[in-house]
Ligand binder design. Structure first.
Ligand code: MF3
Ligand code: CO
Ligand code: CO
Length: 287
């Protein structure tokens, strides 16, 4: 049996939320059922962009630290602790912690988990795919990023999925030129993914990010002309396609968060926060 094709995940024990030192400022939604409506649109002035740039860099560094430390035998909760400690060492708040009740400081999505996996006592094994999605809130703004790595060795099919999902993400980003409609992003991603017969998840999308974690602006990862918002200079949003080896249809665990592929085939994702400049998109979530 090739590695990575023989493991079926079950929910594990979730530990208590990690403490955040009192000097770190929380986003407004913490302790509430959900965020207040976003105000102010998706374009930012230079001063706010400078703050988003900093939050995005911290998120990217946190992601690098967590992905570099992911090894067989560690639990996803161990990764949560590493990401949490890094963010607070930088004076940032882990945006996911307490967002709509999410209990942890990052999302850890293994194998057939499409997104929003909750760090728990599940151990990483040789052949696993793990996606870490981590976001930083500092100086009133969020930066949001994620990435996928293979643990140990896996089949070529899985390495190809990861490489092509990264490539799809960059194709989507490069398509985000000012003056185009946001649907160009999904067209670029889906056109590429279809070459390999991959599934492209529709119900979880990119989003405006900045002074809110999710502003309400939707960036589709599939080809849907109905999303006609214009891409404008000064906008900040994420591109974060979820690509699967089989169906794009999904199930949700009883925890209300963990989203898996319906056929339990593996899935990968990459995410960047990008700024639209006159010259085109600039990736802000670069370590
Ligand atoms: N970071 C995720 C995104 O890319 C959102 C996670 S929300 C959570 O949009 F509640 F699951 F943490
Ligand atoms: Co996001
Ligand atoms: Co994210």
């Amino acid at each position: 049996m090739p590695k990575g094709l023989d493991r079926s995940l079950i929910p594990g024990k979730i530990s208590k939320p990690l403490p955040v030192p009192s000097h770190i400022i929380r986003p407004e939604y913490v302790g509430k059922p959900g965020p207040s409506p976003h105000v102010g649109g998706d374009r930012y002035d230079a001063e706010t962009i400078a703050r988003i740039r900093k939050a995005s860099k911290i998120a990217a560094q946190a992601l690098a630290v967590v992905l570099d430390s992911a090894k067989p035998g560690m639990t996803t909760n161990d990764l949560d602790i590493i990401g949490h400690e890094f963010l607070i060492s930088q004076g940032a708040y882990p945006s996911t912690l307490g967002y709509r009740g999410f209990p942890k400081s990052l999302c850890s999505s293994l194998n057939e988990v499409i997104c929003h996996g909750i760090p728990d006592e599940t151990m990483l094994e040789d052949g696993d795919l793990v996606n870490i999605d981590i976001s930083a809130y500092i100086n009133g703004v969020h930066g949001d990023t994620n990435g996928t790595v293979v643990i140990g060795d896996a089949s070529q099919e899985i390495f190809d999925l990861v490489d092509r999902t990264r490539e799809a993400t960059h194709r989507g980003i490069r398509a985000a030129l000012p003056g185009r409609e946001v649907n160009i992003v999904g067209r670029a991603i889906e056109t590429y993914a279809k070459r390999f017969n991959y599934g492209v998840v529709r119900d979880f999308t990119g989003h405006g990010v900045g002074t809110s974690f999710h502003t309400g602006l939707i960036i589709p990862h599939y080809d849907e002309p109905l999303y006609t918002d214009l891409i404008e200079v000064g906008m900040v949003f994420t591109v974060e396609p979820m690509i699967t080896l089989g169906t794009a249809d999904w199930d949700m665990w009883e925890d209300g968060w963990t989203v898996t592929t319906k056929d339990k085939k593996y899935t990968a994702q990459f995410e960047h926060t990008i700024l639209i400049t006159e010259d085109g998109p600039e990736i802000l979530t670069e370590a």
